[in-house]
Design a protein around this ligand. Structure first.
Ligand code: MLT
Length: 332
């Protein structure tokens, strides 16, 4: 067993990760606390140890695989600690080995209803990844291309996920929806909602949760969550507002003319589902996304090592190339 570990050491390193989080102010954003905890886990990297011992490159994938499994298993512990520290009593809820990944994560956060566990299974699955070009998956791949281990690569990916144009959008959606309710009430009419959307756009902001870098239709992950809501919470006022937005926002964005995809994405729906089951702290939502994405990113890192992919480096150009390019562009 090349990667057999001493349980006491693993536990000690786990505690060190939580202590690293404790060094941050409680007011630090949950994503900052989460990424810090993940970085502190890096001291356990099997890849780093194997590399230092001179492992042959054809075998790189093996400790990468080992690190990836450990990382995926440990991130719910770090993430739930961040939640309990900021919003609850700070006490760690021990994992329950009889539960699956999603249900156990929900349990460690402090939510034990079967409906919330089912939602967390759906959440983790659909957020794990949907291709490799998004900021977090691409960052993980880029950093790993320097032979940084999975902990370092995934922590870097989390910092990309923390941006409002990427994973932080799920926090923004619920806050925006709540601002609609605060200003216009839950029984807002379609006309009032349209006015609110225009007001948001005219103030130089985006309507969070609509549009996508590559998708050109409704995000299938939005549709999954809509189906879940239709089954479990059809009468929830915030879900009804989300449904109304589905009717109102795409035509407004189309009318705006500049938007390539006016349809809702995964983030447009997730917040109202979590909010319904009591996970109301929107600032924490991106951490849930991060835990889920560990599965997609780490799987890609194992393939990167198995295929021996090279260091990634964008092409550089000379000043001469740039001048010629601009000259040609101005002639067209
Ligand atoms: C994602 O899942 O990462 C988002 O949909 C963003 C993207 O794919 O670019």
């Amino acid at each position: 067993m090349p990667y057999q570990r001493n349980c006491v050491t693993v536990l000690l390193f786990q505690i060190m990760s939580l202590k690293a989080i404790d060094a941050l102010p409680i007011t630090a954003h949950p994503m900052t606390q989460f990424a810090t905890g993940v970085m502190a886990l890096q001291v356990q990297s099997e890849f780093q140890k194997a590399y230092e011992k001179g492992i042959h490159k054809s075998k790189y994938w093996e400790p990468t695989y080992e690190d990836s499994l450990s990382l995926i298993a440990r991130v719910p512990i770090v993430a739930s600690y961040v939640y309990r520290r900021i919003y609850k009593d700070g006490k760690v809820i021990p994992m329950n080995d009889s539960l699956d990944y999603g249900a156990n994560f929900s349990h460690m956060l402090g939510f034990d209803s079967p409906e919330m566990q089912e939602l967390m299974r759906l959440y983790v699955t659909i957020h794990s990844d949907h291709e490799g070009g998004n900021v977090s998956a691409h960052t993980g791949h880029l950093v790993a291309s320097a032979l940084s281990d999975p902990y370092l690569s995934f922590a870097a990916a989390l910092n990309g996920l923390a941006g409002p144009l990427h994973g932080l959008a799920n926090q923004e959606v619920l806050l925006w929806i709540k601002s609609v309710v605060k200003e216009c009430g839950e029984n807002i009419t379609t006309e009032q909602l349209k006015d609110y959307v225009w007001k948001t756009l005219n103030s130089g902001k985006v309507v969070p949760g609509f549009g996508h870098g590559v998708l050109r239709k409704t995000d299938p992950r939005y549709t999954c969550q809509r189906e879940f809501a239709l089954k479990h919470l059809p009468d929830d006022p915030l879900f009804q507002l989300v449904s109304k937005l589905y009717e109102v926002v795409p035509p407004v964005l189309t009318q705006l003319g500049k938007v390539k995809n006016p349809w809702p994405n995964v983030d447009a729906h997730s917040g109202v589902l979590l909010n319904y089951y009591g996970l109301t702290e929107a600032r924490y939502y991106t951490v849930l996304f991060g835990v889920s994405r560990s599965i997609g990113i780490c799987s890609q890192l194992i393939w990167d090592r198995a295929l021996g992919l090279p260091l990634e480096r964008p092409k550089s150009v000379t000043m001469e190339w740039l001048e010629n390019h601009c000259k040609k562009a101005s002639e067209n």
